[in-house]
Design a protein around this ligand. Structure first.
Ligand SMILES: CCCC(=O)SCCNC(=O)CCNC(=O)[C@H](O)C(C)(C)COP(=O)(O)OP(=O)(O)OC[C@H]1O[C@@H](n2cnc3c(N)ncnc32)[C@H](O)[C@@H]1OP(=O)(O)O
Ligand SMILES: Nc1ncnc2c1ncn2[C@@H]1O[C@H](COP(=O)(O)OP(=O)(O)OP(=O)(O)O)[C@@H](O)[C@H]1O
Ligand SMILES: O=C(O)CCC(=O)C(=O)O
Ligand SMILES: [Fe+2]
Ligand SMILES: [Mg+2]
Length: 333
């Protein structure tokens, strides 16, 4: 007899996801069996060295040098340039401008683009999400069933003088209505040298061990980009690490890791490409009554304006339509 979808999901929750790590560690087979109480954030499959595994467990991120080839990155860059020149139209793609120039005249050039979001329908850019060298690491963090949920190409502009090129400190889980957090990971690849000068990523090591915090727009004089929420009450005294990276270097990080990026003090557009992956056996949650209600409201307002849809569209729907299976099985996502 065929189980209903809801029943099937419940079965998965019971057998895999909601069991305490100890129970999972004791399981005899299955994707989660190599997961242990001692190392709840990673799977042991002989790719990560014990040192790398411990580093991710302790810090919530892992930097792999020289992972993506120069040739692939140059291809992503050329595709990005074609999009900027409006030579191709990609369904669902969001082209974002920095708030400092949001109301100025449009020019078909990278100057007018601070970020692309949702490039899952662009086969060339989406190749990034399926690169075997990326997926083999992703599997170490979330297991063999892999969904590409959120895609971005960030083109951080030279700061226009108001510090709007900064990205406030945040936890990516704030944006995601799916769980568990430990079965989500971001891959972020530098498309050129990124340094403190051009606004590299800044992370708070170990912050992935905390809980999801309240997020709001930071009170910044020069303005903040749409939906760039920051953790409320960010403590600038907390020890931070600047991730300076070379072209092709890739950092994998946990969705609770507090991170942001500094202002771009150079004249170049600092480029990075990223994908957030979630396990195919993650499940959606209702964010009503949680700290994520404020972001849900903004997403719904934008969707209503852009696609003329009403309240029948849930936050879950907006993610379910963007997610793409890249390895294994799409079980409950
Ligand atoms: C792990 C996940 C991490 C994250 O996702 S971080 C957050 C990422 N940000 C987002 O997802 C925002 C995505 N952006 C968008 O949806 C669009 O770019 C956005 C902001 C709706 C604007 O798009 P469009 O409607 O196509 O643009 P438009 O030129 O017609 O402008 C419409 C109104 O929006 C304003 N706007 C445009 N870009 C902005 C910006 N960067 N920050 C703040 N406001 C911005 C623009 O001024 C205009 O305002 P008004 O209606 O004329 O008052
Ligand atoms: N009030 C705030 N709330 C959230 N995030 C913040 C806040 N103030 C700064 N940040 C973030 O902290 C990180 C560090 O930024 P900041 O510009 O202070 O230093 P930096 O560029 O890393 O280093 P420096 O300018 O000292 O070379 C960035 O991600 C920035 O967006
Ligand atoms: O500046 C960056 O590239 C980081 C952006 C980021 O953290 C995000 O969009 O969630
Ligand atoms: Fe982020
Ligand atoms: Mg700075």
């Amino acid at each position: 007899q065929k189980m209903s979808r809801a029943a099937e999901r419940l079965r998965l929750l019971i057998t895999h996801l909601d069991r305490p790590p100890a129970a999972i560690a004791g399981a005899s087979s299955g994707a989660l069996s190599s997961h242990s109480t001692a190392a709840p954030y990673t799977f042991g499959n002989n790719l990560l060295t014990p040192e790398q595994r411990l580093f991710y467990e302790e810090n919530g991120f892992l930097l792999i040098k020289n992972l993506v080839s120069e040739e692939d990155i140059d291809r992503f860059r050329r595709e990005f340039e074609r999009i900027c020149r409006q030579e191709i139209k990609v369904p669902g793609l969001v082209v974002m401008r920095d708030v400092a120039i949001a109301k100025s005249e449009f020019v078909p050039d990278q100057k007018a683009v601070s970020k692309l979001q949702d490039f899952q329908e662009d086969p060339e850019l989406f190749r990034y999400c399926s690169l075997p060298e990326i997926l083999k690491y992703v599997e170490c963090f979330i297991g063999p069933n892999i969904m590409a949920m959120h895609t971005m190409l960030i083109n951080k502009p030279p700061d226009a003088g108001k510090k709007t090129s900064r990205h406030p400190m945040h936890q990516d889980l704030h944006y995601f209505p799916f769980r568990p957090a430990d079965r989500i990971v971001c891959a972020w690849t530098a498309m050129e040298k990124v340094s403190r000068q051009n606004g590299c990523l800044v992370v708070l090591p170990g912050s992935h061990k905390g809980t999801l915090q309240e997020h709001d727009y930071p009170e910044w004089e020069g303005g903040v980009n749409k939906m760039y929420h920051g953790v409320r009450g960010y403590d600038p005294q907390h020890p931070r690490v600047h991730l300076e990276m070379e072209k092709g270097d890739t950092v994998f990080f946990h969705p609770l890791l507090i991170h942001g990026s500094g202002m771009n003090q150079t004249q170049g557009f600092r480029k990075a490409i990223s994908c957030h992956y979630a396990s195919g056996d993650c499940y959606y949650i209702d964010v009503k009554g949680t700290t994520q209600e404020n972001i849900e409201k903004e997403v719904k307002e934008i969707a209503a304006r852009k696609y003329a849809v009403g309240d029948e569209i849930t936050l879950k729907d907006t993610w379910a339509v963007r997610g793409r299976l890249v390895q294994g099985a799409r079980i409950s996502m």
